[in-house]
Ligand binder design. Structure first.
Ligand code: MEV
Length: 434
C-alpha cells in the first residue's frame, strides 16, 4: 500500500510499517518481518512503548546491564546501566570493586538550582524597564500560584526572578532570568509552565504601565545548570593504589595524575576524557529514565564554562594520599516523566532503593568517576585495546554468526594476540574452509 506522505501520522501502525517497507526496501517482506520480531509479545507493554513517541514502528533495544559492588557514602549499590558499548559495564564493576576495598566513593551535593528564562526585546529606556520589572515582579510570583502550589508543598518552587540586560550582546535583548528548586522532579514541565505564565503576565501588564514595546521572543528552561552540581571523590594512600606488577604504586599515581593534567590543559584530550566519564553517566541516566541529551548539553557547557574546554575530573597527591574527584552538573528526576511509566525505569530505581533526585545525582556522578578511573588506569598501563578488543571479539563473532565451537577456537587463538576485526574474520574464514 502506498500512501501520501502528508497523511502519514494518521495511518495505523501496521499501515505505517507497510508504507515504509514498500517505499524504502528492496525486500519489503523482510523489512516488515524484522520490525515484527522486535515487537513485544505483551500487547499492553508494546502499546505503552508505542505511545511514548510519535510514528512508532517497533522497539530499538539497548542492553540493560548492572555494575554491582558500588560503595557510596557507606551504602552498597548495584547500578543499572543501559548502554551498547562493550567494556563499559565491566570497567565500572572493576572500578567499583577496587574502590570498595579502599573506603568507597564519597559524594556531596554542591547545589540543586535550575534555571529558566523568558527572552524578550524592548526598545525603550532601560530605567523605565527596571521600574516596570519592580512593579510586575510580585504579579509574576502570584500569577503562577496554581502551578507552584504542589511544588511548594514538596519544598520547591521559584527562588528568584531577575531582569537581565543583554543589550551589549544583542540589540534590545533582555531576559527574565528565574531560579527554581524542583525537588525530586527534573522540573522541565514545571519550569516551562512557570516561564510561559511569566511571559503572559509580563506582557499583559506592560501596556497599562505604558510599556507597549515589549516583545516576548520565547520562554524556556536552560539545560546549563552550573549550580545543580554534585562532587564525587575517591582517595587512598598512594601505597595502596597499585595492582599492576609492571609499575610501582607511586609511578602509577604520578602517571595517572599527569594523564588528568593533560586533560585539564588539552581540549582534544579533554573531550575524549570526558566522553569516558559520560559512558558511565549516560548509561545510568538512561536506565533511570532521565534526559541524557539535557545532561550531555549541560555537562559539556560546564566543562567549558571558564572559556576553554577542560577535564571534568581532577586528581592530586598530598601527604602520600591520592585523591581523584569529579564535579558535574546533573539535572535529574526520580519522579514524573518516564519514571512512573517505563517498567524498566521503575525496576532500575527500585534496584537503587528508590533514591531521591539528589541521591541519584550522587550515584550517577560516581558511575562517571568510576568509568574515568577505569579508563585512565587502562590507558596509562596496558592501553585500552587489549581489554576492549577482547570484549569486542564477542560482538564480531556474533556479527558473523559464529557457532559455539567456532567461538571457543577463536577466543583461544586470540588469547595472546591483538584482536582486530580483519584478523578475526580471516581466522573465522580459514576455520570454515578447512
Ligand atoms: C571509550 O569509550 C572511552 C575512552 O576513550 C575514554 C578515555 O579515553 O579516557 C577509553
Amino acid at each position: 500500500m502506498v500512501q501520501n506522505k502528508t497523511g502519514f501520522s494518521k495511518l495505523s501502525k501496521e499501515e505505517k510499517i507497510n508504507w515504509i517497507a514498500e517505499k524504502h526496501f528492496s525486500n519489503p517482506k523482510e523489512a516488515v518481518n524484522l520490525l515484527q520480531r522486535y515487537q513485544n509479545f505483551d500487547a499492553s507493554l508494546q502499546k505503552l512503548h508505542d505511545e511514548f513517541i510519535e510514528n512508532t514502528l517497533t522497539n530499538f533495544y539497548l542492553p540493560l546491564g548492572v555494575a554491582p559492588n558500588f560503595e557510596i557514602n557507606g551504602k552498597n549499590y548495584t547500578i543499572p546501566m543501559a548502554i551498547e558499548e562493550s567494556s563499559v559495564v565491566a570497567a565500572a564493576s572493576k572500578a567499583a570493586k577496587f574502590w570498595s576495598a579502599r573506603g568507597g566513593f564519597k559524594t556531596i551535593i554542591l547545589g540543586t538550582e535550575k534555571i529558566g528564562q523568558v527572552h524578550f526585546l524592548y526598545e525603550g529606556d532601560t530605567q523605565k524597564l527596571i521600574e516596570y520589572f519592580n512593579f510586575v515582579k510580585p504579579f509574576l510570583f502570584s500569577e503562577v500560584d496554581s502551578i507552584t502550589k504542589n511544588m511548594q508543598k514538596r519544598g520547591g518552587g521559584i527562588s528568584d526572578i531577575q531582569l537581565i540586560d543583554k543589550t551589549a550582546a544583542l540589540e534590545n535583548y533582555y531576559q527574565l532570568h528565574a531560579n527554581f528548586q524542583t525537588k525530586d522532579s527534573m522540573g522541565a514541565n514545571f519550569i516551562n509552565s512557570c516561564l510561559e505564565q511569566f511571559a503572559k503576565t509580563f506582557k499583559n501588564k506592560s501596556e497599562a504601565f505604558g510599556m507597549p514595546s515589549i516583545q516576548i521572543v520565547m520562554s524556556i528552561l536552560s539545560n546549563f545548570v552550573p549550580n545543580c552540581v554534585v562532587r564525587a571523590e575517591v582517595s587512598c594512600p598512594v601505597s595502596e593504589l597499585n595492582e599492576d606488577k609492571n609499575n610501582t604504586s607511586s609511578e602509577f599515581a604520578e602517571k595517572f595524575l599527569t594523564a588528568v593534567k593533560i586533560a585539564e590543559v588539552e581540549p582534544y584530550r579533554a573531550v575524549t576524557h570526558n566522553k569516558g566519564i559520560m559512558n558511565g553517566i549516560d548509561a545510568v541516566v538512561l536506565a533511570t529514565g532521565n534526559d541524557f541529551r539535557a545532561v550531555e548539553a549541560g555537562v559539556h557547557a560546564f566543562a567549558s564554562k571558564n572559556g576553554s574546554y577542560t577535564s571534568l575530573s581532577h586528581a592530586k597527591i598530598e601527604n602520600g594520599i591520592f585523591t581523584f574527584w569529579l564535579e558535574v552538573p546533573l539535572a535529574l528526576g526520580t519522579v514524573g516523566g518516564l519514571t512512573n511509566l517505563h517498567p524498566l525505569v521503575k525496576f532500575s530505581l527500585e534496584m537503587l532503593g528508590n533514591p531521591s533526585a539528589t541521591e541519584l545525582m550522587e550515584i550517577v556522578a560516581v558511575a562517571g568517576l568510576a568509568q574515568n578511573f577505569a579508563a585512565l588506569r587502562s590507558l596509562t598501563t596496558s592501553g585500552i585495546q587489549q581489554g576492549h578488543m577482547k570484549m569486542h571479539l564477542n560482538n564480531i563473532l556474533n556479527q558473523h554468526q559464529a557457532t559455539k565451537e567456532e567461538k571457543l577456537l577463536v577466543v583461544a587463538h586470540f588469547e595472546n594476540q591483538t584482536v582486530s576485526h580483519n584478523l578475526v574474520v580471516d581466522f573465522l574464514e580459514r576455520l570454515r574452509t578447512n
